[in-house]
Design a protein around this ligand. Structure first.
Ligand code: NAD
Ligand code: IPM
Ligand code: MN
Length: 353
Protein backbone atom coordinates (compact mmCIF):
# COMPACT_ATOMS: atom_id res chain seq x y z
CA UNK A 1 0.00 0.00 0.00
CA UNK A 2 1.37 3.43 -0.96
CA UNK A 3 1.91 5.88 1.88
CA UNK A 4 2.17 9.57 1.04
CA UNK A 5 3.95 11.87 3.44
CA UNK A 6 2.23 15.24 3.42
CA UNK A 7 3.52 18.32 5.18
CA UNK A 8 0.71 20.62 6.30
CA UNK A 9 1.31 24.33 6.82
CA UNK A 10 -2.10 25.63 7.87
CA UNK A 11 -0.64 29.10 8.40
CA UNK A 12 -2.51 32.29 9.23
CA UNK A 13 -6.02 33.72 9.34
CA UNK A 14 -8.53 31.44 7.65
CA UNK A 15 -5.67 29.11 6.64
CA UNK A 16 -6.26 26.67 9.54
CA UNK A 17 -10.07 26.85 9.11
CA UNK A 18 -10.05 25.81 5.45
CA UNK A 19 -7.08 23.43 5.77
CA UNK A 20 -8.96 21.39 8.38
CA UNK A 21 -11.63 20.76 5.73
CA UNK A 22 -9.03 19.84 3.10
CA UNK A 23 -7.38 17.38 5.47
CA UNK A 24 -10.77 15.86 6.33
CA UNK A 25 -11.46 15.28 2.64
CA UNK A 26 -8.02 13.72 2.11
CA UNK A 27 -8.54 11.34 5.00
CA UNK A 28 -12.01 10.40 3.76
CA UNK A 29 -10.55 9.62 0.34
CA UNK A 30 -7.65 7.61 1.77
CA UNK A 31 -10.08 5.53 3.85
CA UNK A 32 -11.80 4.41 0.63
CA UNK A 33 -8.67 3.64 -1.38
CA UNK A 34 -5.54 1.56 -1.15
CA UNK A 35 -3.23 4.30 0.01
CA UNK A 36 -2.34 5.96 3.29
CA UNK A 37 -1.66 9.57 4.11
CA UNK A 38 0.84 10.47 6.79
CA UNK A 39 0.37 14.09 7.85
CA UNK A 40 2.92 16.26 9.61
CA UNK A 41 1.79 19.67 10.84
CA UNK A 42 4.26 22.52 10.65
CA UNK A 43 3.84 25.53 12.86
CA UNK A 44 4.90 28.25 10.45
CA UNK A 45 3.45 31.69 9.90
CA UNK A 46 2.69 34.72 12.05
CA UNK A 47 2.35 32.94 15.43
CA UNK A 48 5.83 31.43 15.18
CA UNK A 49 7.35 34.58 13.72
CA UNK A 50 5.89 36.84 16.40
CA UNK A 51 6.96 34.54 19.23
CA UNK A 52 10.39 33.39 17.98
CA UNK A 53 11.37 35.63 15.06
CA UNK A 54 11.63 32.53 12.83
CA UNK A 55 10.00 32.46 9.39
CA UNK A 56 11.41 29.25 7.87
CA UNK A 57 14.39 27.74 9.69
CA UNK A 58 16.76 25.80 7.40
CA UNK A 59 16.16 22.61 9.39
CA UNK A 60 12.40 22.88 8.79
CA UNK A 61 12.95 23.51 5.10
CA UNK A 62 15.11 20.37 4.94
CA UNK A 63 12.33 18.38 6.60
CA UNK A 64 9.75 19.76 4.17
CA UNK A 65 11.98 18.67 1.29
CA UNK A 66 11.64 15.08 2.48
CA UNK A 67 7.85 14.97 2.00
CA UNK A 68 5.87 13.84 -1.04
CA UNK A 69 3.85 17.06 -1.14
CA UNK A 70 3.07 20.16 0.90
CA UNK A 71 -0.39 21.52 1.68
CA UNK A 72 -0.54 25.19 2.64
CA UNK A 73 -3.51 27.24 3.89
CA UNK A 74 -2.37 30.85 3.71
CA UNK A 75 0.26 33.10 5.24
CA UNK A 76 0.28 36.79 6.02
CA UNK A 77 -1.41 38.92 8.64
CA UNK A 78 -1.81 42.62 9.43
CA UNK A 79 0.32 42.05 12.58
CA UNK A 80 3.43 41.37 10.47
CA UNK A 81 4.86 43.81 7.94
CA UNK A 82 3.95 42.88 4.34
CA UNK A 83 6.47 40.62 2.64
CA UNK A 84 8.13 39.06 5.67
CA UNK A 85 6.02 35.91 5.69
CA UNK A 86 4.95 36.03 2.04
CA UNK A 87 8.53 36.29 0.74
CA UNK A 88 10.24 34.49 3.62
CA UNK A 89 8.01 31.43 3.59
CA UNK A 90 5.88 31.06 0.49
CA UNK A 91 8.19 32.60 -2.11
CA UNK A 92 11.21 30.95 -0.53
CA UNK A 93 9.57 27.55 -0.97
CA UNK A 94 8.53 28.37 -4.54
CA UNK A 95 12.08 29.46 -5.39
CA UNK A 96 14.19 27.00 -3.39
CA UNK A 97 12.07 24.00 -4.40
CA UNK A 98 12.04 25.29 -7.99
CA UNK A 99 8.22 25.11 -8.17
CA UNK A 100 8.25 26.74 -11.55
CA UNK A 101 4.67 25.99 -12.60
CA UNK A 102 1.85 27.75 -10.81
CA UNK A 103 -1.08 25.76 -12.11
CA UNK A 104 -4.37 27.64 -11.67
CA UNK A 105 -7.62 26.32 -13.15
CA UNK A 106 -10.43 28.79 -13.79
CA UNK A 107 -13.42 26.52 -13.97
CA UNK A 108 -17.05 27.43 -13.38
CA UNK A 109 -18.85 24.50 -11.75
CA UNK A 110 -22.55 23.76 -12.28
CA UNK A 111 -24.83 25.64 -9.91
CA UNK A 112 -22.25 28.33 -9.15
CA UNK A 113 -23.13 31.94 -9.95
CA UNK A 114 -20.35 33.75 -11.83
CA UNK A 115 -19.59 37.43 -11.33
CA UNK A 116 -20.63 37.61 -14.99
CA UNK A 117 -24.40 37.36 -15.17
CA UNK A 118 -25.60 34.43 -17.24
CA UNK A 119 -22.21 32.77 -17.71
CA UNK A 120 -22.51 28.97 -17.86
CA UNK A 121 -20.00 26.20 -17.05
CA UNK A 122 -19.46 25.43 -20.75
CA UNK A 123 -18.17 28.98 -21.23
CA UNK A 124 -15.56 28.96 -18.50
CA UNK A 125 -13.04 26.13 -18.28
CA UNK A 126 -9.51 27.35 -18.74
CA UNK A 127 -6.17 26.90 -17.02
CA UNK A 128 -3.55 29.52 -16.30
CA UNK A 129 0.08 28.38 -16.23
CA UNK A 130 1.78 31.11 -14.28
CA UNK A 131 5.59 31.31 -14.27
CA UNK A 132 6.42 30.97 -10.58
CA UNK A 133 10.14 31.57 -9.98
CA UNK A 134 11.13 34.70 -11.92
CA UNK A 135 9.80 38.02 -13.20
CA UNK A 136 9.08 40.85 -10.80
CA UNK A 137 9.02 38.35 -7.93
CA UNK A 138 12.72 37.51 -8.19
CA UNK A 139 13.71 40.02 -5.51
CA UNK A 140 16.23 41.71 -7.78
CA UNK A 141 16.37 45.41 -7.11
CA UNK A 142 17.07 47.82 -4.34
CA UNK A 143 17.00 51.35 -3.10
CA UNK A 144 19.26 54.23 -3.95
CA UNK A 145 19.32 57.38 -1.81
CA UNK A 146 16.79 55.83 0.54
CA UNK A 147 14.84 58.27 2.71
CA UNK A 148 15.96 61.25 0.67
CA UNK A 149 13.90 63.27 -1.81
CA UNK A 150 15.95 61.59 -4.55
CA UNK A 151 15.06 58.07 -3.50
CA UNK A 152 14.95 55.46 -6.25
CA UNK A 153 13.35 52.03 -5.83
CA UNK A 154 14.18 49.48 -8.52
CA UNK A 155 12.23 46.22 -8.76
CA UNK A 156 13.61 44.27 -11.65
CA UNK A 157 11.78 41.70 -13.70
CA UNK A 158 14.10 38.77 -14.25
CA UNK A 159 13.31 36.61 -17.28
CA UNK A 160 15.70 33.85 -18.26
CA UNK A 161 15.51 31.86 -21.47
CA UNK A 162 15.53 28.65 -19.42
CA UNK A 163 12.79 29.83 -17.04
CA UNK A 164 10.61 31.14 -19.84
CA UNK A 165 11.04 28.08 -22.01
CA UNK A 166 10.22 25.55 -19.34
CA UNK A 167 6.87 27.13 -18.34
CA UNK A 168 5.91 27.65 -21.99
CA UNK A 169 6.80 24.05 -22.78
CA UNK A 170 4.75 22.86 -19.78
CA UNK A 171 1.78 24.91 -21.03
CA UNK A 172 2.03 23.41 -24.53
CA UNK A 173 2.15 19.91 -23.04
CA UNK A 174 -0.92 20.73 -20.98
CA UNK A 175 -2.74 22.16 -24.02
CA UNK A 176 -2.10 18.85 -25.81
CA UNK A 177 -4.18 17.09 -23.13
CA UNK A 178 -7.06 19.56 -23.54
CA UNK A 179 -8.55 21.57 -26.42
CA UNK A 180 -5.10 22.29 -27.93
CA UNK A 181 -5.39 26.05 -27.71
CA UNK A 182 -2.67 28.08 -26.07
CA UNK A 183 -2.67 31.81 -25.37
CA UNK A 184 0.49 33.56 -24.36
CA UNK A 185 -0.24 36.66 -22.34
CA UNK A 186 2.24 39.49 -21.77
CA UNK A 187 2.76 43.18 -22.61
CA UNK A 188 5.00 42.85 -25.65
CA UNK A 189 3.88 46.30 -26.76
CA UNK A 190 5.62 47.91 -23.79
CA UNK A 191 7.93 45.39 -22.12
CA UNK A 192 10.28 45.25 -25.07
CA UNK A 193 12.93 43.01 -23.50
CA UNK A 194 10.94 40.56 -21.38
CA UNK A 195 8.02 40.47 -23.81
CA UNK A 196 10.37 39.89 -26.72
CA UNK A 197 11.98 36.92 -24.98
CA UNK A 198 8.56 35.47 -24.14
CA UNK A 199 7.32 35.92 -27.72
CA UNK A 200 10.41 34.47 -29.36
CA UNK A 201 10.41 31.52 -26.98
CA UNK A 202 6.72 30.87 -27.61
CA UNK A 203 7.25 30.99 -31.36
CA UNK A 204 10.19 28.60 -31.18
CA UNK A 205 8.50 26.08 -28.90
CA UNK A 206 5.29 26.28 -31.00
CA UNK A 207 7.13 24.72 -33.92
CA UNK A 208 7.33 21.49 -31.90
CA UNK A 209 3.55 21.51 -31.30
CA UNK A 210 1.95 21.93 -34.74
CA UNK A 211 -1.39 20.59 -33.39
CA UNK A 212 -1.74 23.48 -30.93
CA UNK A 213 -3.41 26.74 -32.02
CA UNK A 214 -1.30 29.54 -30.61
CA UNK A 215 -2.63 32.98 -29.81
CA UNK A 216 -1.28 36.06 -28.06
CA UNK A 217 -3.09 38.68 -25.95
CA UNK A 218 -1.78 41.68 -24.07
CA UNK A 219 -2.37 41.34 -20.32
CA UNK A 220 -4.67 44.36 -20.16
CA UNK A 221 -6.83 43.07 -23.01
CA UNK A 222 -6.82 39.64 -21.37
CA UNK A 223 -8.86 41.24 -18.55
CA UNK A 224 -11.47 42.33 -21.08
CA UNK A 225 -11.62 38.94 -22.76
CA UNK A 226 -11.77 37.07 -19.46
CA UNK A 227 -14.86 39.06 -18.51
CA UNK A 228 -16.53 39.19 -21.92
CA UNK A 229 -15.67 35.81 -23.40
CA UNK A 230 -13.74 33.46 -21.10
CA UNK A 231 -14.47 30.63 -23.56
CA UNK A 232 -11.83 32.22 -25.76
CA UNK A 233 -9.19 30.63 -23.53
CA UNK A 234 -8.12 27.02 -23.05
CA UNK A 235 -4.58 27.16 -21.64
CA UNK A 236 -3.04 30.52 -20.88
CA UNK A 237 0.67 30.93 -20.16
CA UNK A 238 1.96 34.10 -18.58
CA UNK A 239 4.59 35.60 -16.32
CA UNK A 240 4.55 35.74 -12.55
CA UNK A 241 2.85 39.08 -11.86
CA UNK A 242 0.33 38.92 -14.71
CA UNK A 243 -0.55 35.40 -13.61
CA UNK A 244 -1.08 36.55 -10.04
CA UNK A 245 -3.49 39.29 -11.05
CA UNK A 246 -5.31 37.41 -13.81
CA UNK A 247 -6.03 34.45 -11.56
CA UNK A 248 -7.74 36.58 -8.89
CA UNK A 249 -9.88 37.96 -11.73
CA UNK A 250 -10.40 34.42 -12.99
CA UNK A 251 -11.46 33.33 -9.51
CA UNK A 252 -14.16 36.00 -9.39
CA UNK A 253 -15.43 34.88 -12.79
CA UNK A 254 -15.52 31.25 -11.68
CA UNK A 255 -17.66 31.95 -8.62
CA UNK A 256 -15.31 33.61 -6.16
CA UNK A 257 -11.90 33.49 -4.56
CA UNK A 258 -13.19 30.92 -2.05
CA UNK A 259 -13.33 28.32 -4.83
CA UNK A 260 -9.98 28.81 -6.60
CA UNK A 261 -7.29 26.14 -6.23
CA UNK A 262 -3.66 26.16 -7.23
CA UNK A 263 -0.64 23.91 -7.43
CA UNK A 264 2.96 25.06 -7.28
CA UNK A 265 4.62 22.28 -9.21
CA UNK A 266 8.13 20.99 -9.64
CA UNK A 267 7.54 18.69 -12.61
CA UNK A 268 10.96 17.05 -12.20
CA UNK A 269 9.98 15.69 -8.79
CA UNK A 270 13.30 16.85 -7.33
CA UNK A 271 11.39 18.66 -4.58
CA UNK A 272 7.84 18.24 -3.30
CA UNK A 273 5.14 20.27 -5.03
CA UNK A 274 3.11 22.67 -2.90
CA UNK A 275 -0.66 22.97 -3.07
CA UNK A 276 -2.56 26.02 -1.78
CA UNK A 277 -5.75 27.91 -2.49
CA UNK A 278 -5.34 31.07 -4.59
CA UNK A 279 -6.75 33.14 -1.74
CA UNK A 280 -4.90 34.55 1.23
CA UNK A 281 -5.48 34.59 4.97
CA UNK A 282 -8.59 36.81 4.71
CA UNK A 283 -8.08 38.64 8.02
CA UNK A 284 -11.39 40.43 7.49
CA UNK A 285 -13.42 37.22 7.98
CA UNK A 286 -11.22 35.10 10.21
CA UNK A 287 -13.25 33.35 12.93
CA UNK A 288 -16.65 34.18 11.38
CA UNK A 289 -17.20 30.82 9.63
CA UNK A 290 -17.76 32.73 6.39
CA UNK A 291 -14.68 31.36 4.62
CA UNK A 292 -15.52 28.96 1.84
CA UNK A 293 -13.34 25.84 2.29
CA UNK A 294 -13.95 24.55 -1.24
CA UNK A 295 -10.81 26.20 -2.69
CA UNK A 296 -8.76 24.31 -0.11
CA UNK A 297 -10.60 21.06 -0.84
CA UNK A 298 -10.16 21.44 -4.61
CA UNK A 299 -6.49 22.08 -3.82
CA UNK A 300 -6.33 18.79 -1.90
CA UNK A 301 -7.91 17.05 -4.91
CA UNK A 302 -5.24 18.57 -7.12
CA UNK A 303 -2.60 17.24 -4.74
CA UNK A 304 -4.05 13.70 -4.90
CA UNK A 305 -4.15 13.91 -8.67
CA UNK A 306 -0.53 14.97 -8.74
CA UNK A 307 0.45 12.08 -6.49
CA UNK A 308 -1.16 9.77 -9.02
CA UNK A 309 -4.34 8.97 -7.04
CA UNK A 310 -6.62 9.99 -9.90
CA UNK A 311 -9.76 8.23 -8.73
CA UNK A 312 -9.53 9.59 -5.20
CA UNK A 313 -8.78 13.05 -6.60
CA UNK A 314 -11.90 12.91 -8.74
CA UNK A 315 -14.03 11.82 -5.78
CA UNK A 316 -12.81 14.71 -3.64
CA UNK A 317 -13.35 17.22 -6.45
CA UNK A 318 -16.86 15.86 -7.06
CA UNK A 319 -17.71 15.93 -3.36
CA UNK A 320 -16.73 19.59 -3.10
CA UNK A 321 -18.39 20.55 -6.39
CA UNK A 322 -21.53 18.78 -5.19
CA UNK A 323 -22.06 21.06 -2.17
CA UNK A 324 -21.76 24.27 -4.19
CA UNK A 325 -25.33 24.34 -5.57
CA UNK A 326 -26.56 23.97 -1.96
CA UNK A 327 -24.93 27.21 -0.85
CA UNK A 328 -26.81 30.50 -0.79
CA UNK A 329 -23.66 32.35 -1.80
CA UNK A 330 -20.04 31.36 -2.31
CA UNK A 331 -18.80 33.39 0.69
CA UNK A 332 -19.98 35.46 3.61
CA UNK A 333 -23.05 35.22 5.86
CA UNK A 334 -25.33 34.48 2.86
CA UNK A 335 -23.43 31.22 2.30
CA UNK A 336 -26.00 29.57 4.59
CA UNK A 337 -23.53 27.20 6.28
CA UNK A 338 -20.27 27.69 8.13
CA UNK A 339 -16.79 26.70 6.96
CA UNK A 340 -16.72 23.62 9.19
CA UNK A 341 -20.28 22.57 8.28
CA UNK A 342 -19.42 22.69 4.60
CA UNK A 343 -16.27 20.73 5.40
CA UNK A 344 -18.38 18.02 7.07
CA UNK A 345 -20.79 17.83 4.12
CA UNK A 346 -17.84 17.34 1.80
CA UNK A 347 -16.32 14.59 3.96
CA UNK A 348 -19.69 12.78 3.99
CA UNK A 349 -19.99 13.13 0.21
CA UNK A 350 -16.56 11.77 -0.73
CA UNK A 351 -17.11 8.75 -2.97
CA UNK A 352 -20.91 8.96 -2.82
CA UNK A 353 -21.61 11.13 -5.89
P1 NAD B 1 -7.27 37.49 0.56
O1 NAD B 1 -7.37 36.50 -0.55
O2 NAD B 1 -6.86 36.98 1.87
O3 NAD B 1 -8.70 38.23 0.72
C1 NAD B 1 -9.31 38.97 -0.33
C2 NAD B 1 -10.82 38.98 -0.11
O4 NAD B 1 -11.32 37.67 -0.38
C3 NAD B 1 -11.23 39.29 1.32
O5 NAD B 1 -12.40 40.05 1.30
C4 NAD B 1 -11.50 37.93 1.93
O6 NAD B 1 -12.45 37.93 2.97
C5 NAD B 1 -12.01 37.15 0.74
N1 NAD B 1 -11.69 35.72 0.83
C6 NAD B 1 -10.45 35.16 0.75
N2 NAD B 1 -10.54 33.83 0.89
C7 NAD B 1 -11.84 33.53 1.05
C8 NAD B 1 -12.56 32.32 1.24
N3 NAD B 1 -11.96 31.11 1.31
N4 NAD B 1 -13.89 32.39 1.37
C9 NAD B 1 -14.53 33.57 1.31
N5 NAD B 1 -13.91 34.75 1.13
C10 NAD B 1 -12.57 34.73 1.00
O7 NAD B 1 -6.29 38.62 0.04
P2 NAD B 1 -5.70 39.93 0.79
O8 NAD B 1 -6.76 40.51 1.66
O9 NAD B 1 -5.10 40.72 -0.27
O10 NAD B 1 -4.53 39.36 1.68
C11 NAD B 1 -4.63 39.03 3.06
C12 NAD B 1 -3.31 38.45 3.52
O11 NAD B 1 -3.10 37.17 2.87
C13 NAD B 1 -2.08 39.29 3.14
O12 NAD B 1 -1.17 39.18 4.20
C14 NAD B 1 -1.54 38.63 1.89
O13 NAD B 1 -0.18 38.85 1.69
C15 NAD B 1 -1.83 37.18 2.21
N6 NAD B 1 -1.95 36.32 1.04
C16 NAD B 1 -1.46 35.05 1.19
C17 NAD B 1 -1.62 34.14 0.19
C18 NAD B 1 -1.07 32.77 0.39
O14 NAD B 1 -0.58 32.44 1.45
N7 NAD B 1 -1.13 31.90 -0.59
C19 NAD B 1 -2.29 34.49 -0.98
C20 NAD B 1 -2.81 35.78 -1.10
C21 NAD B 1 -2.65 36.69 -0.06
C1 IPM C 1 -0.75 34.20 -4.52
C2 IPM C 1 -0.40 35.27 -3.52
C3 IPM C 1 1.12 35.37 -3.42
C4 IPM C 1 1.64 35.85 -4.76
C5 IPM C 1 1.67 36.25 -2.29
C6 IPM C 1 1.05 35.95 -0.96
C7 IPM C 1 3.16 36.11 -2.20
O1 IPM C 1 -0.98 36.49 -3.87
O2 IPM C 1 -0.35 33.05 -4.32
O3 IPM C 1 -1.45 34.50 -5.49
O4 IPM C 1 1.69 37.06 -5.03
O5 IPM C 1 2.03 34.99 -5.55
MN1 MN D 1 -2.33 36.36 -5.55
Amino acid sequence: MNTYRLAVIAGDGIGPEVTACAVGALEAAAARHAFKIELTDYDLGSRRYLSTGEVLPDSVQDELAGHDAILLGAVGTPQVAPGILERGLLLRLRFDFDLYVNFRPVKLYPGVPSAIAGLGPDQCDLEVMRENTEGLYSGSGGFLHKDTPHEIANQNSVNTRRGTERIIRYAFDRAMTRDRRLTMCHKTNVLNYAGDLWQRTTDEVAVEYPEVDVDYVHADAACIHLIQSPERFDVMVTDNIFGDILTDLGAAIAGGIGLAASGNLNPTGEFPSLFEPVHGSAPDIVGTGWANPVAAVFTAAMCLDYLGEKEAAFEVEQAAAGVLPELGAMAGPEMGASTSEIGRWIVEAVGIA
